[in-house]
Design a protein around this ligand. Structure first.
Ligand SMILES: *[C@@H]1O[C@H](CO)[C@@H](O)[C@H](O)[C@H]1NC(C)=O
Ligand SMILES: *[C@@H]1O[C@H](CO)[C@@H](O)[C@H](O)[C@H]1NC(C)=O
Ligand SMILES: *[C@@H]1O[C@H](CO)[C@@H](O)[C@H](O)[C@H]1NC(C)=O
Length: 273
């Protein structure tokens, strides 16, 4: 397949090859449970939110009489067993699959997502020898991409519907931040839109209908010109400290022309001899 594709579309092939090259774990690897029909869009969207978590290996230890280690990956293989998304390792590193990601369920609320892996290895004695099931509760924490993966409880002392419960903090479970516009900024946007519309509309009107040229193309040009002048006058009136009627201090130097005689004398030279 690669050979054919290489000869036809080398660039495209390169793209695929490089994508195959990396150990790419994506939420697409998860197979949604009961997926005989098309998987639910809600579940798919929730699962897609967990994409940033796919690149981490999660490990935690259970500190009780039985010393187990749990390893977990979002839509990826946590240990050596195919599809084992959450596995339990005993002291001899023997692996037991708690849940498989080819049988995933996702549910979520405003600030949490619950990832469920079904079809784990069957219990030996407990729970009617049903399959193990892993539930990972992912809570919103904006400060971290991933932290505090821990075992909460292993519920197996019941006739059926047993589960292993884990928890994890991540910003992936947080609701999208909504930046709401204040009333002031909405007003500002409306106002500036109207202004732009006015200028463009007026410009086109003046140019195409009235046939104005140059500065005259601006809508209500004379009005704005007058307004500008009036504003300048007002400013002048308010801001200037000196009253307008006061005689200007240095207008024309009222002194006798200096050296008037000399000028006349010099002028004499210019007269025709
Ligand atoms: C996670 O574990 C797998 C194998 O168990 C390993 O190949 C991979 O490099 C690890 N990834 C990280 C980010 O530690
Ligand atoms: C996976 O298998 C290899 C050898 O096949 C072994 O060294 C390794 O410890 C195993 N990893 C786990 C998590 O069981
Ligand atoms: C998931 O994979 C296991 C083997 O790894 C298989 O036995 C099981 O049937 C698969 N489940 C689904 C729903 O495909």
């Amino acid at each position: 397949m690669n050979v054919r594709c290489a000869s036809v579309w080398p660039m495209l092939c390169l793209l695929f090859l490089s994508k195959d090259g990396q150990a790419d774990i994506s939420t697409k690897n998860c197979k949604l449970y009961g997926g005989d029909g098309t998987p639910s869009v809600i579940e798919q969207n929730l699962l897609a939110k967990l994409e940033p978590l796919t690149k981490f290996n999660f490990t935690t230890q259970e500190n009780e009489n039985e010393k187990f280690t749990y390893r977990f990956r979002v839509c990826g293989q946590a240990g050596n067993i195919t599809n084992g998304g959450l596995v339990q390792l005993d002291e001899k590193q023997q692996e037991t699959v708690v849940g498989r990601y080819n049988s995933t369920q996702v549910i979520g609320g405003s600030d949490w997502i619950m990832l469920i892996y079904n079809e784990g290895d069957k219990y030996d004695h407990h729970c009617d020898k049903e399959s193990r099931k892993a539930i990972v509760m992912i809570s919103c924490n904006r400060k971290t991409v991933q932290s505090d993966f821990t075992v909460i409880v292993e519920e197996r002392n019941r006739p059926h519907d047993c589960f292993y419960l884990f928890e994890l903090d991540s910003n992936a479970a947080c609701p999208a931040e909504v930046h709401q516009l204040s009333a002031g900024s909405i007003l500002l946007i409306v106002f500036s839109s109207c202004l732009i519309l006015y200028i463009i509309g007026g410009f086109l009107y003046q140019r195409l209908v009235v046939g104005a040229k140059g500065m005259e193309q601006f809508p209500n040009y004379s009005f704005w010109q007058d307004l500008g002048n009036l504003t300048a006058d007002g400013c002048d009136f308010i801001c200037r400290s000196r009253t307008q009627n006061a005689p200007p201090t240095y207008r024309g130097v009222a002194s006798e022309p200096l050296g008037g005689e000399e000028v006349e004398e010099r002028d004499d030279h210019l007269l025709p001899m």
